[in-house]
Design a protein around this ligand. Structure first.
Ligand SMILES: Nc1ncnc2c1ncn2[C@@H]1O[C@H](COP(=O)(O)OP(=O)(O)OP(=O)(O)O)[C@@H](O)[C@H]1O
Ligand SMILES: [Mg+2]
Length: 200
C-alpha cells in the first residue's frame, strides 16, 4: 500500500493534470449537489471554506446561502493554540484578508468570540484524497484533525458537526493509511453526488 506521502504526491500530480476551466466546471456541479443535499437544506449553521489552487471552489454557494438566511462560517488559523482552526461568522459584507497560506479569512478582532465547534451544524472541508471508508487525507498540516479532535471527546459526543468532504471524484483512492489522530468524514460530495459513509 502506498504511504501517505506517496499518495499526497500522486494526488497532487493528478490535480495538476486538470485545467482550471475543468475544475471550475466541476466545482459548479459540486455546488449544485450541495445546494440540494440535506446537510445544506436542513441545517442552518454551515462552515464553508475558500479554496486554494485547484481545490473545489464553494464560492457559488456563498451568496445563495445568504439569500436563504443561512449562517455561514469560515475557518481562520489560530495563533493560540497553534496549529488549530477556529471558525468566524462570515456575513455578506464581512471584509476578508489573506492569511499566510494566501487563503482569505474574515477580518476579526484578535479577541473575537470563538464559535463553539459543537454549535456548528455542518463543516464542509477540502481534502487531497479520500477513500470509500470516509478516511481523509488533507494537505498534511493536521489543522482539521487537531481542531475537530475537540468534539471527538466522549463528553462532547452528544453533538458533533456533520463532517462533509468536498472533492472531485478523481481524488478517490483505494485506501488511505489512517493514523490515530485522523478524523473521518461522515459524507463526501463530488460531481457525482453525495455519498454517506457508515461512520455512526
Ligand atoms: N489531534 C492532534 N493533536 C496533535 N497533533 C495532531 C493532531 N492531529 C494531527 N496532528 C499532527 O498533524 C500532523 C499532520 O497530520 P495529517 O497528516 O493527518 O494532516 P492532514 O489530515 O493531511 O491535514 P489537515 O487536517 O490540515 O487537512 C501529524 O504529524 C500529527 O502529528
Ligand atoms: Mg489527517
Amino acid at each position: 500500500m502506498p504511504t501517505r506521502k506517496q499518495l499526497r504526491n500522486e494526488l497532487k500530480q493528478r490535480r495538476n493534470t486538470h485545467s482550471k476551466a475543468q475544475c471550475q466546471e466541476l466545482s459548479l456541479q459540486i455546488c449544485e449537489h450541495i445546494r440540494r443535499s440535506k446537510p445544506f437544506t436542513h441545517r442552518q449553521r454551515l462552515a464553508l471554506y475558500y479554496s486554494i489552487g485547484n481545490e473545489v471552489s464553494l464560492e457559488h454557494l456563498f451568496h445563495y446561502a445568504w439569500t436563504l438566511n443561512k449562517t455561514l462560517f469560515l475557518p481562520v488559523l489560530s495563533h493560540f493554540p497553534k496549529g488549530h482552526l477556529w471558525w468566524i461568522k462570515f456575513l455578506e459584507h464581512t471584509p476578508l484578508y489573506l492569511n499566510r497560506y494566501q487563503i482569505p479569512e474574515p477580518v476579526h478582532p484578535a479577541r473575537a468570540r470563538r464559535t463553539k465547534l459543537r454549535s456548528l451544524d455542518v463543516i464542509f472541508m477540502p481534502l487531497v484524497g479520500f477513500d470509500d471508508k470516509g478516511n481523509r487525507l488533507g494537505m498534511g498540516g493536521g489543522y482539521y484533525d487537531r481542531s475537530l479532535s475537540r468534539c471527538f471527546r466522549p463528553s462532547t459526543a452528544w453533538h458533533r458537526p456533520v463532517r462533509v468532504g468536498v472533492a472531485y471524484s478523481w481524488q478517490q483512492v483505494t485506501s488511505i493509511p489512517v493514523e490515530t489522530w485522523d478524523i473521518p468524514l461522515d459524507a463526501i460530495v463530488t460531481e457525482q453526488g453525495v455519498h454517506w459513509f457508515n461512520t455512526k
